[in-house]
Design a binder for this molecule. Structure first.
Ligand SMILES: Nc1nc2c(c(=O)[nH]1)N[C@H]1C(S)=C(S)[C@@H](COP(=O)(O)O)O[C@H]1N2
Ligand SMILES: [Mo]
Length: 327
């Protein structure tokens, strides 16, 4: 069965027209919907496996068969196990295993997102309302970390452009800033007082054309399932031509702003991390080369591709820019 989730969206909050139990179950409900993502289709064999115990093998997840799933360059998707246990999410600690170990207390439901700045539809939206009227799609994208490792991940999400259009940004909205939640009671990495791991909240931003690029997703799931806490539940960003740190997790605020917003890693170490963070084998990190990368699960390193291999779809946005300066 193919369920298309379409309704009046932002104008009629689903929390007002749907009994609460149903509305809280939206993510389970929407998880049953399959959708077509032009060029990035994971052909999901939708099955009635709702009652099945959580499956670790990627072939069995949610009744969808990901065993032969590949990205458009022919690379196999990484194992669910790796994607959910090898993470960067400093709110839960700095070790790659910390997010999966330390995020058990985090509660991604219910969730609200504040929308503010230069737009016609500011407000505090229940996540269900922010996403209502949009269709989730499965797309296989590479994630490339600035630490020179990469993974291929079957994401599930909604084009950010669709959501932004509904919020009606004004002509002054040159950039979009995203903010991660602050919740030290549930995020042990935010409890370090004297020398915080990072200045919280974690901030990221995109130029408006980058935010509107059809590749850019607001991610709600992966491997056909809702996002786990360690991957940024319930809502995170995915701009696949950029280094991983741009893909801010557990988003609670979206701001339409005039000037280039601050982003956490640039604030922390400006000579190492810029605003644009486009994957670029020719611009080294000051402490290491970016020319090669290690695909998690593979033995040999491989050459890094300009724009992470998405150049055809994004390089026009940077025509004439000196990418060594705007790193
Ligand atoms: N809020 C927040 N978002 C974050 C991070 C973080 O520490 N905090 N780490 C970033 C980095 S460096 C990477 S590589 C990706 C990792 O995403 P994944 O764990 O889902 O693979 O998340 C990004 N988003
Ligand atoms: Mo990263």
């Amino acid at each position: 069965m193919l369920i298309r989730v379409k309704n009046a969206g932002l104008d009629i909050p689903s929390s007002e027209i749907t009994p609460e139990g149903t509305y809280l179950n939206r993510r389970k409900f929407i998880a049953a919907a399959g959708a077509i993502a032009g060029g990035h289709l994971v052909a999901p064999a939708l099955g009635g496996n709702a009652g099945k115990a959580f499956a670790r093998s990627r072939e069995e997840l949610n009744g969808q068969d990901f065993s032969d799933a590949r990205d458009e360059l022919g690379a196999e998707v990484n194992d669910y196990e790796d994607i959910t246990t090898y993470n960067n999410f400093y709110e839960f600690g700095v070790d790659k295993r910390d997010p999966s170990r330390n995020s058990g207390d985090f509660k991604p439901e219910p969730w609200t997102v504040e929308v503010n700045g230069h737009c016609a539809k500011p407000g505090t939206y229940a996540l269900e309302d922010l996403l209502a009227g949009h269709t989730e799609e499965d797309r296989i994208y590479r994630l490339r970390c600035v630490e020179a490792w990469s993974m291929v991940i079957p994401w599930r999400g909604i084009p950010l452009a669709d959501v932004i259009s509904r919020l009606e940004p004004t002509g002054s909205a040159n950039y979009v800033q995203f903010k991660t939640i602050i919740r030290p009671e549930e995020m042990p990495g935010q409890r370090r007082r004297v020398i915080p791991i990072l200045p919280w909240p974690y901030l990221e931003g995109l130029r408006m054309d980058e935010a509107m690029n059809p590749l850019t997703l607001l991610v709600t799931g992966l491997y056909g399932r809702s996002l786990l806490n360690q991957n940024g539940a319930p809502l995170r960003l995915m701009a696949p031509w950029k280094y991983g740190f741009k893909n801010v997790k557990s988003i609670v605020e979206i701001s339409f702003v005039e000037d280039m917003p601050r982003n956490t890693w640039h604030v922390q170490t400006p000579h190492e991390y810029g605003f644009y963070a486009n994957v670029n084998p020719e611009v080294d990190h000051p402490r290491w080369s970016q020319a090669r990368e290690r695909r998690i699960g593979k033995l040999l390193r491989q050459p890094t591709l300009m724009f992470n291999g998405y150049g055809d779809q994004v390089e026009h946005m940077y025509a004439g820019m000196d990418l060594a300066r705007w790193y």
